[in-house]
Design a protein around this ligand. Sequence first.
Ligand code: HEC
Length: 228
Amino acid sequence: MFSWLEKNPFFFTVAFLVPFSIAGLVEIVPEFAQASRPTEGLKPYSMLETAGRQVYIKDSCNACHSQLVRPFKSETDRYGMYSLSGEYAYDRPFLWGSKRTGPDLHRVGDYRTTDWHENHMWDPESVVPGSIMPAYKHMFSNSVDIDTAYAEAYTQKVVFGMPYDTPNGVALGSYEEAKALIYDEAKAIVADMKNQDVKDALARGEIKEIVALIAYLNSLSNERRVAQ
Ligand code: HEC
C-alpha cells in the first residue's frame, strides 16, 4: 500500500518528519512553560544586590565558593535548609560553583552580618585566624557601576519577565527612580559599617563596591528567599 512512498525519497522524508516533529513539540513545549518555577515569596535582586552580584562575578568569588547546600545532615547542620531548585529562578547566570575552597555561601546572610563582612573582606585573618581567603581592599575604593546594574535589572524585567515593579516583586522604575532606590539601600548598609572613606564617598554620591557586595551577601538568606 505504501510502496510508492518508499520509492519516492522526497515524500518519504516529509511523511517521516511531520509526525516526528509533532511528537518532538509535544515533548518540548510543556518544558518551556515550566522553565522557571520560583519558590513561593521569592523576589528578584534589588538594584544594589544586582550591582553586588556583578562584583561577585567580576572578582570570581564563585571560583572558591559554591551556592548550593546539599541535602546532607553535615551540610544542613552547618549552613541551614538545603537549597531548592526554585530558589535559582531569578539567578541568571546561576552561581552554583563547582569547587569549595571556602564554605558554601547560599545561606550566608542568615549567620553573617554587615560588619562581619566588612572586617572579613578588608582582612580575612582579622576575623578568621589562619584564613587563606585573599583580602579585597580594592572594593573599598572602587565605585559601583550603577548604569550596568540598571541595564541588567531592566533587561531581566523586559526580556525574561522577572517580577520587577509588580505588587509582590521588587521596585525598579525609571532610571532616575532606580538611582534613588539604590542610594537608599546603600545608606542602610553603610549605617552598619565603620570605614570612613566608604561613608564619605556615599555622602558625595558614590557607592563603593563593598557596599553592594555586602547587600548581595546579606540577600543570600533562607529567610528572604523561601516563604516560611
Ligand atoms: C582563593 C579562594 C577564595 C576566593 C577567590 C574567595 N574566597 Fe571567600 N573564603 C575562602 C576560604 C578558604 C574561606 C574560609 C576562611 C574564612 O572564613 O576566611 C572563605 C570564607 C568566606 C566567607 C565566610 C563564610 C562563612 O560561612 O564563614 C565569605 C562570606 C566569603 N568567603 C566571601 C567571599 C567573597 C564575596 C569572595 C569574592 C569577592 C570570596 N569569598 C572569594 C576562599 C576564597
